[in-house]
Design a protein around this ligand. Structure first.
Ligand code: SF4
Length: 270
């Protein structure tokens, strides 16, 4: 276990009595917080902060400096930065669409009498209508159709545009994305293509790598985050406004505080 270092970074933690006592209890138990660990990382790696370090192959690691403006393979700083960004986009997209596919599999199980239930049939009917699935079926039938469509969308080839994005995104955005060539196909295949582009000497065009990152971000938004929220609301019931007592130590009574809690709510209920 790490020891706490001296307080050289002021995060304003002890402005709040509850957090102050929690902070003390954590340290009494011999543990550290994110603030301690952040402090012990100072100063953070300059190459890491600028994204100009590459560890892709055994000729590296390479870092871009005034003395060495290219990696061993000849990669430019723009190429290294965009490749690093695309790899991160691929990981994030994989995580969210993995979650969405599992939520869709839970809905599929709900539709076939498995361990899950549909708690909000009206949201299921609304999503089915948005996806062009005709009404007039039982809730179980709709659950199976919607879930199967989403699982298919996530797993289809990358040369087949995702119907899910077209159905859920604003039409003007879809038109702009088509014009830019960033409408995604099946997201798992898009992730694989993106990672192949990141291999050494496969794609040396930073602009193409950044456009591929944009394509993944669109897939992530609609086949990942949007799908997760819609599916979990169907399975667990939609959000409602309620009151509760809590102390996050971050609300400022002198200003307007805006809190977005939809995702944390989903995770808590899983
Ligand atoms: S891919 Fe190029 S820049 Fe990256 S570690 Fe290998 S040689 Fe260095």
């Amino acid at each position: 276990m790490q020891n706490r270092k001296s307080d050289t970074v002021d995060f304003g933690l002890c402005d709040d009595p509850a957090l102050c006592s929690l902070d003390a209890a954590v340290h009494e138990a011999g543990m550290t917080t994110v603030f301690d660990r952040y402090e012990s990382q100072q100063p953070q790696c300059k190459q890491g902060l600028t994204g100009t370090c590459c560890t892709l192959c055994a000729n590296g690691p390479c870092r871009i400096t005034a003395k060495s403006p290219a990696g061993v393979c000849g990669s430019s700083p723009d190429l290294i930065v965009s490749r690093n960004l695309l790899q991160k986009a691929a990981i994030g997209t994989a995580g969210n669409t993995y979650h969405a596919e599992n939520a869709a599999r839970a809905l599929l199980a709900a539709g076939s009498g498995g361990a899950f239930n549909v708690r909000d049939a009206s949201r299921l009917a609304a999503l089915a209508a948005t996806l062009g699935i005709s009404a007039g079926r039982s809730t179980a039938g709709l659950a199976q159709e919607v879930a199967s469509l989403i699982i298919h969308e996530i797993n289809k080839p990358d040369n087949e545009e995702m119907v899910l994005v077209e159905a859920l995104a604003p039409a003007r955005r879809v038109a702009a994305w088509r014009q830019l060539g960033v409408m995604p196909g099946g997201v798992n295949a898009e992730i694989r293509t993106a990672l192949v582009k990141c291999m050494t000497n496969v794609n040396n065009d930073p602009v193409d790598l950044l456009l591929t990152a944009m394509k993944l971000s669109i897939a992530n938004a609609y086949a990942g985050l949007h799908a997760i929220n819609r599916l979990q609301d169907i399975l667990m019931g939609g959000a409602g406004i309620g009151g509760n007592s809590t102390n996050l130590g971050m609300l400022d009574p002198a200003t307007v505080n805006i809190s977005l809690t939809a995702i944390s709510r989903c995770w808590r209920r899983w």
